[in-house]
Design a protein around this ligand. Structure first.
Ligand SMILES: C[S@@+](CC[C@H](N)C(=O)[O-])C[C@H]1O[C@@H](n2cnc3c(N)ncnc32)[C@H](O)[C@@H]1O
Length: 642
């Protein structure tokens, strides 16, 4: 019998390929087969392309030069970048957090592409709403760290300016071309990863202006699918300016909206349509609908007829300038289905002509789950602020102008409201001055909701002699966090009812992996590295770093409650009553393992070098089997070492 071994926790972020493969497996398992991987020797699930092609029949397409699509220089590289796993982690910073113990909100500092990749295991399909306000590519934006933008030589190669050994064979001097391409790659990579995080009934709202709106929509059509395009909402950012090109002042920006699937629906809060419940239909709420249409008798001769009430003989001739909406035949069908209501039948209905009855169930079918709520118009309500209101809001909070062009919180609050989910987890990965957190807190204070957020922001330095720098804010993350603190205090003081509002946030910072590089490349390990491996954790990384590193790598959400237990001087970390239990101490003995087993945990992590003796590590399988009643497979699945 082969002795079972405790597996190492996979500490790289998940790859895009493995997410795609899993999604395909869910819808088409018969295209998969098991083969032995040449590199690892392990049996692995792989896709059989020949089978897949057969399953798809005539719909399989091999690709030629001529096909519909949106292309730019660097697109393929961006696709690869989005799928590439990284060896990074998020380091917890309780000292910069607010209400670390209880809050369910996260504030993450770092480049958002890396952060999104790291969140993929824990937040796959977990986000209800994403709002982003990315750099608009106006030519002045801080957009990418150096290696986002393609290196000049790589760009030349992809643009066809040079061949692989550097011979220039075609000159492309259109500098503007690259400018757009870089932006497209930047947003495409991030949207590809963000897509995986959205719930099936989730939605993304993207603020954008004229510079890149066309490109953005093409990219979104590809990432989210044309059929999931919801709308483009114009947002008035300012009053008209004079002295503008062509004499036209473009005062609007756009909010481009895509759903993850047709399970998403939005609706205006609190305006549920009026339904009647009447003794003749005790369990079937209904409402009515006009039965005429803006068409003339010559346009719709079949709908130009006289309706006769079969019970009373009363006649209702059609109006030649506004005919019935239905033909005589449809009228007969509707009448037989009890869907025609005549004047006088119900005293509360003030009607002079027959009307159409709508059942509540029909409404619900038509509008998903929205119970006949009123649809959202692409014209935003008048009380939504302009850019100057966003500036005023932030300036008031800080007594100074320390962030340029924040969005007004009323704008984002409106989107938060129309998705109708009091418990939604909302992500903003270009969070700037943290308007999204402000908007969510305001909405929660207003309706007692429990919406939570994840904000991501790169620690972009503030300008040397700016007001922000002079006020002590060295980077934008410092502004964002301070805004949340101050806005929270204000909301609480203005809403005595909001005393239970979650105004805290856990801060995390993107960093290199907790583990030494040798952890990721055991095959390339040299003899002398084996000694280094005894301590495979980087210097300075604490228990809490390792704990959150393991949570990210094992798909456990970062906002869950944490507890500790001391056994024999060793700390046992317990996440959410046992979703994950970890002990990173040295000298782990039977007593510690017993205490962990008592918790009947879902997942357990130890350090490879942490066991008091080698036999104990081997014995671990037996101990968990006996104590928790787990099978051998259970132990292999649930226990990991780092
Ligand atoms: C237009 S601002 C967002 C403003 C925000 N909506 C507000 O109301 O304050 C875009 C933000 O994205 C940040 N940013 C740009 N590239 C980033 C990246 N790669 N990762 C994370 N943040 C980034 C910028 O620092 C900037 O603060």
């Amino acid at each position: 019998m082969i002795m079972a071994q405790i597996k190492k926790l996979d500490l790289a972020s998940t790859s895009g390929a493995s997410i795609n493969l899993e999604a395909l497996y869910q819808i088409c398992p018969s295209a998969f087969t098991e083969v032995r991987d040449e590199k690892t020797g392990q049996i692995e699930r792989k896709i059989n392309f020949t089978t897949l092609r057969e399953l798809l029949g005539d719909n399989a397409y091999e690709g030629t030069d001529e096909e519909y699509g949106f292309n730019w220089v660097g697109k393929r590289a961006a696709q690869q970048e989005a799928g590439r796993p990284i060896n990074k982690t998020l380091r917890p910073c309780p000292e910069e957090s607010v209400d670390w113990e209880h809050t369910q909100n996260l504030y993450i500092e770092g480049d958002n592409l890396d952060v999104l990749k790291l969140l993929q295991k824990s937040y796959l399909g977990a986000i209800k709403m994403i709002y982003i306000d990315p750099p608009y590519n106006t030519g002045n934006d801080f957009v990418y760290r150096d290696d986002f933008a393609m290196q000049k030589d790589k760009y030349d190669l992809q643009a066809g300016n040079v061949d692989e050994i550097g011979n220039r064979f075609r000159k492309n001097t259109d500098a503007n071309e690259r400018f757009h391409s870089d932006w497209c790659s930047m947003i495409y990579e991030r949207l590809l990863v963000a897509y995986n995080l959205l719930r099936n009934d989730g939605v993304i709202f993207i603020s954008i202006d004229d510079n890149e709106v066309d490109n953005l929509k093409r990219i979104c059509n590809e990432v989210f699918g044309n059929s999931n395009y919801v709308a483009t909402i114009p947002w008035r950012k300012r009053t008209a300016k004079s002295d503008v090109p062509f004499g036209v002042s473009q005062d609007y920006e756009w909010i481009v909206i895509y759903a993850k699937s047709d399970n998403f629906y939005a609706s205006v809060e609190g305006k549920e349509r009026k339904y009647y419940t009447t003794p003749d239909f005790p369990n079937r709420p209904w409402r009515v609908h006009d039965l005429t249409k803006q068409t003339t008798a010559s346009e719709r001769p079949n709908s130009y007829f006289t309706i006769v009430n079969p019970k009373t003989g009363e006649q209702y001739p059609a109006n030649p300038n506004r005919t019935w909406a239905i033909t005589e035949e449809t009228f007969e069908t509707y009448y037989a289905q009890d869907r025609i209501v005549f004047p006088g039948e119900y005293s509360f209905l003030n009607i002079a002509k027959p009307v159409l009855r709508y059942w509540k169930e029909d409404d619900m079918k038509k509008a998903g789950d929205s119970f006949g709520r009123v649809a959202v118009s692409t014209k935003l309500p008048d009380d939504i602020g302009m850019s100057q209101d966003g500036t005023k809001e932030v300036t008031n909070i800080f007594n100074g102008k320390i962030f340029s062009f924040p969005k007004p919180s009323s704008l984002i609050k409106f989107f938060v409201k129309i998705i109708h989910d009091d418990d939604a987890l909302i992500l903003d990965f270009f969070s700037g001055s943290a308007t999204t957190a402000h908007a969510i807190m305001r909405q929660n204070a207003e309706d007692g909701g429990n919406r939570k957020y994840i904000l991501v922001q790169i620690p972009e330095e503030t300008a040397e002699d700016s007001e922000a720098r002079n006020d002590g804010f060295d980077n934008i993350c410092e502004i964002g966090k301070e805004r949340i603190r101050r806005a929270a205090a204000k909301i609480k003081s203005e809403n005595p009812k909001a005393k239970d509002l979650d105004t805290g946030f856990r801060v995390f910072k993107l960093a290199e992996s907790n583990m030494q590089d040798v952890y990721f490349a055991p095959k390339e390990l040299q003899q002398q590295d084996l000694f280094a491996l005894v301590n495979n954790v980087k210097e300075g990384r604490e228990d809490l770093d390792l704990l959150f590193g393991c949570m990210l790598d094992w798909g456990v959400q970062l906002s869950l409650p944490l507890a500790k237990q001391e056994v024999d001087g060793k700390t046992i970390h317990i996440v959410n009553d046992g979703d994950l239990v970890a002990c990173f101490a040295d000298g782990i003995d039977e007593e510690v393992i017993n205490a962990i087993a008592e918790l009947n945990p879902l997942r357990v992590v130890f350090r490879d070098s942490g066991f008091e003796s080698a036999p104990l590590k081997i014995n671990l399988f037996e101990m968990f089997k006996q104590k928790c009643g787990w099978s051998e497979e259970n132990v292999a699945d649930r226990v990991r070492i780092i």
